[in-house]
Design a protein around this ligand. Structure first.
Ligand code: 3PG
Length: 400
């Protein structure tokens, strides 16, 4: 983007593909981290006199307008953060978008409505995606990719549009790639990785990669129960991916062979059922040993002994990568495991990277100071796929 700024952008229509996919409670944004992360790029372009057209997806609407997924709250928040009026188009490439962009003066910013209200955005059909990218290209003279959280998606605005316009990477993508590249090339050791979240199946690729690079891997969240079961423990009514047990057993075997330490919970917080996240009503939790989980009880967080153990495993790490919450942190009865890992990262003198939409939101929602971490990534799936060594369509399109 510095190259673009040096060429001069005054009067040019610059399309910024951002990731404004923020968590919402109705129309209230519960974590605006992703919006704040793209402000430097947008502010710099506007200051330089560009007519900035910001586009993003939000959630997973079904290819048609759906008010529950409107980007308007994000556009309003962006305006507050920029300290400027931000115009909002009620469609993405239709009359409203065309008129809004045509009405921009130099240095002004507009947000167009959710890209995924259009079936062409996510289509698997190259021609359909291409046709939508052609419409998007009419809105701009230049493309800036800065939606790091979406670079692993082969979508029209991420992959096809840059091929149609002069294209540049924004500051956020440059920073994210710089940090993740370091983790895949010259990582400082000991290198510890904390993986959580619901499903083992989402993490198979990254575990495969980490077995070659990490010194220790700490497991938590819903996926921990499949690991415990693979070790022969009963897990009550906890989340379980039975079909992944052979893969997990194979990872545990390979880890032993390679001297990679796999660390699993030694105690867990259980409750009779999944808690109500709306009312946050007391969920009657109890703590039990991880090898003695009672039938009919569901594991929902790491227990206090596990929290101490994990803190000790992170204390001397020179590098830590963390993806995925350790429990149902949205409910106060099950937030301690996630809080303990976040605190351990803050206390550790090493370089810590929080990767992922959920874990990044968790550290902010739990009240941690973002500056206490080495880097908080805006990409969940994107950072995992980067670490797996996959080619990410949105980066490939910018690099060509
Ligand atoms: C994310 O939340 O990881 C990104 O915004 C991508 O969203 P998606 O998984 O719906 O493509």
């Amino acid at each position: 983007i510095d190259e673009l700024l040096a060429e001069g952008v005054a009067g040019k229509r610059v399309f910024v593909r951002a990731d404004l996919n923020v968590p919402l409670d109705g129309t209230t944004i519960t974590d605006d981290g992703r919006i704040r992360a793209v402000v430097p790029t947008i502010a710099k372009l506007a200051e330089a006199g560009a007519r900035v057209v910001v586009a993003s997806h939000l959630g997973r609407p079904k290819g048609a307008p759906d008010p529950a997924f409107s980007l308007e709250p994000a556009a309003t928040r962006l305006g507050e953060l920029l300290g400027a009026d931000v115009a909002f188009a009620t469609d993405t490439v239709g009359e409203s978008a065309t008129a809004t962009v045509a009405g921009l003066a130099d240095g002004q910013v507009a947000v167009v409505e959710n890209l995924r209200f259009n079936p062409g955005e996510t289509s698997k059909d190259d021609a359909e995606r291409g046709a939508f990218a052609d419409r998007l290209a009419e809105l701009a003279d230049v493309y800036v990719g800065d939606g790091f959280g979406a670079v692993h998606r082969k979508h029209a605005s991420v992959y096809d549009l840059p091929a149609r316009l002069p294209h540049y990477a924004g500051y956020l993508i440059a920073t994210e790639v710089g940090v993740l590249k370091k983790l895949t090339t010259d990582v400082e050791r000991p290198y510890a990785v904390v993986l959580g979240g619901a499903k083992v199946s989402d993490k198979l690729g990254v575990i495969d990669h980490l077995l070659e690079r990490a010194d220790r891997i700490l497991i938590g969240g819903g996926m921990a129960y499949t690991f415990l079961k693979a070790q022969g423990h009963e897990v009550g009514s906890s989340l379980l991916q039975e079909d992944q047990i052979p893969a997990v057993q194979e990872y545990l075997r390979r880890a032993e062979e390679k001297g990679v330490e796999f660390v699993l919970p030694v105690d867990v917080v259980v409750a009779p059922s999944f808690p109500d996240l709306k009312t946050k009503a007391p969920a009657h939790p109890t703590t039990v040993a991880a090898d003695a989980m009672p039938a009919g009880q569901m594991g929902l967080d790491n227990g206090p002994e596990t929290n101490k153990l994990y803190a000790s495993k992170l204390a001397d790490a020179a590098t830590v990568f963390w993806n995925g919450p350790m429990g149902v942190f949205e409910h106060p009865d099950f937030a301690d495991g996630t809080r303990a890992v976040a605190q351990a990262l803050v206390d550790s003198p090493g370089f810590s990277v929080v990767g992922g939409g959920d874990s990044a939101a968790a550290v902010r929602i739990l009240g941690f100071d973002e500056n206490a971490f080495g880097h908080i990534s805006t990409g969940g799936g994107a950072s995992l796929e980067y670490l797996e060594g996959k080619t990410l369509p949105g980066l490939a399109a910018l690099e060509d």
